[in-house]
Design a binder for this molecule. Structure first.
Ligand code: SAM
Length: 244
């Protein structure tokens, strides 16, 4: 059976790579590099930097993967994602057939960690491959580290969710980390929160803002819009911590 290493590369700083990840990079013969539109050049650059810096003498090949566009989700978000995964799966079947010959090992460099809002493992489940997962540092860990905070109140839960879900309402009294937020949900959620916000975490463009949500949300909106304009894309995440 073909062997695939799904390697978490951390969420923005090459120094986030673990020793286990570096070891795994040096076992891969063919890296499959998905092309994800607007974020692509910055992310591709980081992946290239990681390979150049951490792969020793081993010869490897990189194969770009065109990601088909996902149809507009409308009401049926799960259905749209499912169709998209089916298209991606058949793409990978063909690529593995072509490039993973003679026992070659395939590899994916997954932003952050593969267990958090990433499709790679779900896609691999659909294929006849043996998968090994190497964990990485997530954007959530980077956020907490850069703000120098613990994520949870003592003995309390933390919800990980998306901007899309947050717009529909957050559970009262629970702290939440919001990822994938195109809508700036923090500016709309009711509740008495402190926010710990971070953009481009771990990179040279990193921005951190924290404070009482009602006092800093206008500043975050402004800084976020300017950064997005400057870079052409943005990746941000934040903790909404209930005030006690
Ligand atoms: C598709 S999810 C992937 C998460 C990733 N697997 C991880 O472990 O961090 C992408 C979202 O993660 C967050 N994110 C990832 N990297 C980030 C970074 N360097 N700075 C801020 N947010 C980041 C953003 O909310 C972004 O929309």
């Amino acid at each position: 059976m073909r062997r695939i290493l799904v390697i978490g590369i951390g969420a923005g700083n090459p120094d986030y790579l673990t020793v286990q990840a570096i070891d795994a990079l040096n076992r891969v013969d063919v890296f499959f590099i998905p092309d994800k539109g607007e974020e692509k050049s910055a992310l591709r650059h980081l992946r290239e930097e990681i390979l150049a810096r951490f792969v020793g003498k081993k010869r490897y090949e990189t194969v770009g993967v065109d990601i088909p566009r996902r149809r507009a989700a409308g009401e049926d978000y799960r259905g749209a994602v499912d169709d998209w995964h089916a298209a991606l799966t058949s793409n990978y079947e063909n690529l593995f057939e072509r490039h993973l010959t003679d026992g070659k090992v395939g590899g994916f460099l997954v932003w952050g960690d593969p267990m958090l809002y990433d499709s790679t493992l779900r896609l691999m489940e659909r294929l006849d491959v043996e998968v090994e997962v190497i964990p990485g540092i997530t954007a959530v860990q980077a956020l907490a580290a850069r703000h120098g905070i613990a994520l949870n109140h003592i003995g309390e839960p933390v919800l990980l969710t998306t901007g899309r879900k947050a717009m529909l309402g957050l559970p009262q009294g629970i702290d939440s980390v919001i990822l994938l937020d195109g809508d700036q949900a923090f500016a709309h959620v009711p509740g008495d929160y402190d926010i710990f916000w971070g953009a481009y975490l771990g990179t040279k463009d990193e921005i951190l803002i924290s404070g009482h949500l009602s006092e800093v949300k206008a500043e975050i909106e402004k800084v976020r819009a300017e950064a997005r304009q400057t870079h052409g894309w943005i990746m941000d995440t934040y903790l909404l911590r209930t005030r006690r």
